[in-house]
Design a protein around this ligand. Structure first.
Ligand code: HEM
Length: 401
């Protein structure tokens, strides 16, 4: 079956239709056409079922990352290392970066993260009313990366603002927005080049010093532009993923007060709750690959050069793999969520994300135990292209209302 006679899905992950009915559309893909062809963005395969999504991620020889993980191409940013590398080069870069992001490395940073989060949440408590998205969720992942890089957090808002605009406007063709994104990119590069030059002169024990001075395991020194590509990914990767997960968790718990009560009484259950939220809401909605050869896959004939989009959100709702897949089950023991990816590109920041999410909830329960989310004012993004994102989750402390 070729693109001409393959099942058509009209799937467009950047559309407002998908944003409004993401779960329903994911379930329809699973039930009616687990592998289909969409004509959007020049045409791409839509892969929805668990087995084909995980197998494609595992088979990096047939499904290459070299052309990036987005459909259409991410207009903001750079070559995106290590995202756009295939093995064996990918392995060299992951080996280089992994030690900074292990579970152990994150445990060591936990006290530092706890303090940063405490400060933010005490700030929310002092204000009385706030928006969880800009005032907490969007701040923490980028802040921790800036801290790890040894960069001043004074310019945090400028950095996070530029990254936010880049992420939110993916798929845009608006010339004004594209010009702003180009200017943001130029500004970010200028800042990062300054930091690299500084660490060459004054090396320290931070991640930026490591990138600027430490060669890869095969002895090669990475170039300035490669360092920028890595740092851009690190700064971008927490947006709309970790922040999306926190917003989804807060909204979910407001809608399910029994689960919220249970977690407040048993905060040791938070890691399971976080895994479930990340699976069901799949903040990294979909990731793309490019076919390196003609091959039959999922009952269709794919051709070399075709783009294929793995719909993580759908795979995580596949009833063939998960019992009652749409349920956030705090007792679930089934493993195998694809939310953090699969295979060689599985999320580098998985431990950072898990610790950040757990600490934010622990400290929120501790500092503002009677916090409340104003469900009527919650706003989901009108484009969920690569992220299940809330644009606004207003909150307040019960006492002030
Ligand atoms: C709930 C939060 C997060 C989710 C759901 C998530 C999800 C994902 C997914 C699905 C991938 C695979 C991409 C692919 O296959 O092409 C990935 C890769 C990646 N993630 Fe995360 N991510 C999260 C948080 C973070 C954070 C906080 C960081 C910060 C360091 C991060 C850094 C990365 C990097 C660098 C990669 C590329 C890895 C590679 O290509 O080898 N992620 N993430």
């Amino acid at each position: 079956m070729t693109t001409r006679d393959a099942p058509r899905s009209d799937f467009d992950h950047h559309s407002s239709t998908f944003a409004a009915r993401a779960f329903e559309i994911s379930d329809t893909l699973l039930a009616e056409c687990p592998v289909s062809w969409s004509e959007h963005y020049g045409g791409f395969w839509v892969v929805a079922d668990y087995d084909h999504v995980t197998e494609a991620f595992r088979d990096h020889e047939s499904f290459s990352s070299a052309k990036g993980a987005s459909v259409p191409d991410l207009s903001f940013g750079s070559t995106h290392l290590p995202t756009t590398l295939d093995p064996p080069e990918h392995h060299v870069f992951r080996k280089y970066l992994n030690p900074w992001f292990t579970l152990e490395a994150m445990r060591k940073r936990e006290p530092q993260m706890r303090e940063l989060i405490r400060e933010l949440i005490e700030g929310l408590a002092a204000k009385g009313t706030w928006d969880f998205v800009p005032d907490l969720a969007d701040i923490m992942p980028g802040t921790m990366i800036l801290v790890m890089l040894g960069m001043s957090t004074d310019r945090r808002d400028e950095f996070l603002g530029a990254m936010e605009r880049g992420m939110s406007n993916q798929g845009t063709t608006d010339p004004g927005v594209l010009a702003q994104m180009a200017e943001d990119k130029r500004w970010l590069q200028e800042q990062l080049l300054g930091e690299i030059a500084d660490r060459r002169k004054n090396p320290s024990d931070d991640l930026m010093s490591y990138l600027a001075n430490e060669p890869l395991s095969d002895g090669r020194q990475i170039s300035d532009s490669q360092i920028i590509d890595i740092v851009m990914v690190l700064l971008l990767a927490g947006f709309h993923t970790t922040s999306g997960a926190l917003a989804a968790l807060l909204v979910h718990l407001e809608q399910h007060p029994d689960q919220r009560r249970h977690l407040q009484q048993n905060p040791d259950m938070l890691p399971t709750a976080i895994e479930e939220i990340v699976r069901v809401y799949s903040p990294a909605t979909a990731m793309a690959r490019t076919l390196t050869k003609d091959m039959e896959y999922g009952g269709v004939q794919m051709a070399k050069g075709d783009r294929a989009l793995m719909v993580i959100m759908a795979a995580n709702r596949d009833p063939e793999h998960f019992t009652d897949p749409a349920e956030v089950d705090l007792q679930r023991s089934e493993r195998g969520s694809v939310a953090f990816g699969w295979g060689v590109h599985r999320c580098l920041g998985i431990h950072l994300a898990r610790v950040l999410l757990r600490l934010q909830m622990e400290l929120l329960f501790e500092i503002i135990p009677d916090y409340h989310v104003d469900l009527a004012a919650v706003r989901l993004s009108t484009t969920l292209g690569i992220g299940y994102v809330h644009t606004s989750v207003p909150g307040h402390a019960h006492a002030v209302v």
